[in-house]
Design a protein around this ligand. Structure first.
Ligand SMILES: [Ca+2]
Length: 211
């Protein structure tokens, strides 16, 4: 009887990951907006900003790693963390192997185009939605005209999730999108705002004079 019960429980455990695995996702999220867009208005060279990587609908997460690439002529990957201090971190408050992030400058131009952030628990496995990584970038180039953009790209084989059997968890991966919009469009926008404000001020002055 006990053996039968264990078999049933075992089958249930085996069935759960394969059922849920289809909807597991890892996404790059802008902490300032809550979506995957990193539209940088009016920032100068040297400005730093953060991206986060989140996992959604995961079951039995024993270990993970996120590998992120950028165009290193536009952005330098300056720092990265396993966000151990954040209650949303998948292994918050748990014992982990404690791997430090690795940075990649394979073309040796002094700008990191890649970073690998990951960790593994010893016995605990995570279920649900949670934070995986925080990554910091520095803007290297701002065009005087036109726009520049690149993906904060995690769609590679090194972005992986493992379950407690050390099997890959089938995962959809969504990169972030970084863009500095066209300078002329911004200038035009600011000019329109300035003209509109000036018209309002002139109208108010006229109203006061009329009174
Ligand atoms: Ca490089």
């Amino acid at each position: 009887m006990l053996l039968s019960l264990l078999l049933v429980v075992g089958m249930a455990f085996r069935a759960t990951p394969s059922t849920w695995a289809q909807t597991t996702k890892v996404k790059v999220i802008n902490p300032a907006t809550g979506d995957g867009n990193f539209t940088m208005y009016g920032h100068s060279v040297g400005t730093r900003f953060n991206a986060t990587a989140w996992v959604y609908n995961v079951t039995d997460l024993f270990a993970y790693q996120v590998k992120l690439y950028v165009d290193d002529t536009l952005l330098n990957i300056t720092r990265a963390w396993r966000p151990t201090w954040d209650t949303h971190w998948v292994y918050y408050g748990k014992s982990t192997v404690g791997l430090e992030p690795s940075f990649y400058d394979l073309d040796s131009d002094g700008s990191n185009e890649g970073v690998l952030v990951g960790d593994s628990s010893y016995t605990y496995t995570f279920n649900g939605d949670g934070l995986l990584a925080v990554i910091e970038f520095q803007i290297l180039y701002v065009p005087s005209s036109g726009n520049v953009s690149c993906n904060l790209n995690i769609t590679n084989v090194d972005t992986t999730l493992l379950n407690s059997n050390l099997d890959d968890i089938v995962t959809g991966k969504t990169s972030g999108y970084y863009i500095i919009p066209e300078f002329m469009m911004l200038t035009l926008l600011f000019a329109m705002v300035a003209v509109t404000s000036a018209v309002v001020v002139v109208k108010k002055c006229r109203l006061k004079i009329a009174k």
